[in-house]
Design a protein around this ligand. Structure first.
Ligand code: ZN
Length: 313
């Protein structure tokens, strides 16, 4: 068995949308989402700019190009006019055209700018994919070179765009090499695979041990779908009990998964069971399920003399 590593992840920046993480090389146009400042494609250093900045530059340049084009048209009309009257008409028509252009630009500026970014991303999709594949190749080389921390940090960035099971599985392989601590910025729901995966469940166990908040609906649905696979794993029952205990955190989960939680009542630590009993006691009579009766029964038989459980039901 490989020894686990104590690691500190590099901070990953938070963005509203994934595409804000994209950067492109000003020299060759190659894309990347990694932190390295040198371009893998052309070797240039410090030539990357965020794609949003690139689109903003286009937004500054293109309207001027449009305006110069319109002015050139007006000047041509004036120059080729045969008479003074035609010249005056061309100049007046040109002035109206320029004014309309100015008004239209002012009204539609925000739409034009977001449309330009959208079009840029669509037009550059092949280059973006090529860049992501090159980034992925780098992460895989790190894995082969036994550098799981570096590989994971790269996969985490790439994972904002490529969300397939193979990326998730590779992230899990890396994560299972680390000591998982509470202070780590951990992901869980984003790693849920499409089918049963023992390495994922082992990571889930370690992650939920340090942070119960990682258990959300997607995780609960996965655990329920594969509960018999999980039960057959070493420590399977402990894993399921841990997840049931974490589900008690939210009233809505208790309401949604009562038949799962009821199976692990005996294994719940006192603090988790106490919280569940508080929720049950506050449940209106018409919404009570078997979970209510079992909690009441266990509270009496196991904690009958415990002051924390007195007069609860
Ligand atoms: Zn380049």
């Amino acid at each position: 068995m490989q020894t686990k590593l104590a690691v500190q992840f590099r901070k990953s920046r938070t963005t509203v949308t994934a595409f804000e993480r994209l950067k492109l090389c000003k020299r060759c146009g190659a894309y990347s989402v990694l932190f390295d400042n040198s371009c893998k494609s052309c070797g240039a250093r410090d030539k990357f700019i965020p794609v949003t900045e690139y689109a903003s530059a286009l937004n500054r340049i293109l309207p001027w190009a449009e305006a110069f084009g319109a002015i050139a048209l007006v000047l041509l009309a004036v120059v080729f006019a045969d008479t003074l009257a035609q010249m005056a008409a061309a100049a007046a028509g040109g002035a109206v055209l320029l004014f309309l252009l100015f008004l239209l630009r002012k009204t539609y500026k925000p739409y034009a700018e977001s449309n330009r970014l959208h079009k840029l991303l669509v037009d550059h999709t092949p280059e973006i994919l090529r860049g992501l594949r090159a980034d992925l190749q780098e992460a895989l080389e790190d894995m082969e070179a036994d550098k799981p921390k570096e590989a994971y940090e790269k996969l985490r960035e790439i994972g904002h765009f490529l969300r397939g099971d193979s990326i998730k599985a590779r992230k899990v392989v890396c994560l299972n090499r680390f000591f998982i601590r509470k202070d780590m910025d951990l992901e869980l729901e984003q790693l849920i695979p499409a089918s049963f995966s023992e390495p994922f469940v082992l990571y889930l166990w370690e992650a939920v041990k340090v942070n119960k908040r990682l258990v959300r609906r997607g995780v609960l649905d996965y655990v329920l779908a594969y509960r018999y696979h999980i039960a057959s794993m070493p420590h399977g029952k402990d894993i399921l009990a841990l997840i049931a205990g974490a589900a008690v955190r939210m009233k809505s989960y208790v309401k949604m998964y009562p038949y799962f939680i009821v199976d692990y009542l005996d294994e719940l630590p006192k603090e988790r069971f106490h919280r569940l009993c508080m929720l049950m006691a506050a449940t209106p009579a018409e919404e009570r399920t078997i979970l209510y009766d079992k909690c009441k029964e266990l509270a009496r038989s196991r904690y009958g003399f415990d002051p924390d459980f007195q007069n609860m039901f």
